[in-house]
Design a protein around this ligand. Structure first.
Ligand code: PNS
Length: 164
């Protein structure tokens, strides 16, 4: 039998990537040989973005530079089509609280309807990050708050450029 790499996609908006996202991506390596952290050009819940997709990708590449097995990519269009194009069999999503559940459940079932072989797997982050979200980081940083406990240095550096 030939061993085939198990490829997982960890998709999201990652605007910006937080320590919670980093934690989930690294936990994903326990389930797959390769984890592709994938920034979507189209998000299901529309939000005003802070960073361009290109900037988010660059930041993530820096954040995960030392993590063997984790790659960063961006994708246009449907997640299921991207999954097919990279040979992924699994989608990883983080589940922080009950409030995440409905949105995640809807997306998982829609993705299953579109691509029945693609399994969605939910991982819970470290308890320190269950309250953390990119939108809160954007808001707190934008109002001059300290977010250094919640994001890595490359994110802090880029947030600083936004404050001018
Ligand atoms: O971090 P987010 O914004 O909660 O991530 C949502 C994301 C990007 C994973 C979702 O919107 C997505 O998969 N977008 C790609 C387009 C797509 O496939 N839409 C149908 C989802 S059922």
């Amino acid at each position: 039998m030939t061993a085939v790499d198990r490829i997982a996609i960890y998709p999201g908006s990652f605007d910006p990537v937080t320590l919670g996202h980093e934690d989930i991506a690294r936990r994903g390596l326990g389930l797959a040989d390769r984890v592709i952290v994938a920034v979507a050009h189209t998000a299901t819940q529309s939000k005003k973005s802070l960073f361009s997709v290109e900037d988010r990708l660059r930041i993530m590449e820096e954040v995960f530079a030392d993590n063997e097995g984790i790659e960063c990519m961006s994708f246009q269009g449907l997640l299921v089509d991207f999954a097919r194009s990279v040979g992924a069999t699994m989608v990883i999503r983080g589940l922080r609280a009950v409030s995440d559940f409905e949105y995640e459940f809807q997306m998982a079932l829609m993705n299953r309807a579109l691509h029945p072989q693609l399994e969605t797997v939910f991982l819970t982050p470290h308890q320190d990050y269950t309250f953390l979200s990119s939108s809160l980081v954007r808001e707190v940083a934008g109002l001059g708050g300290d977010v250094s406990d919640f994001v890595s240095q490359p994110v802090l550096t880029q947030l600083a450029t936004k404050r001018g």
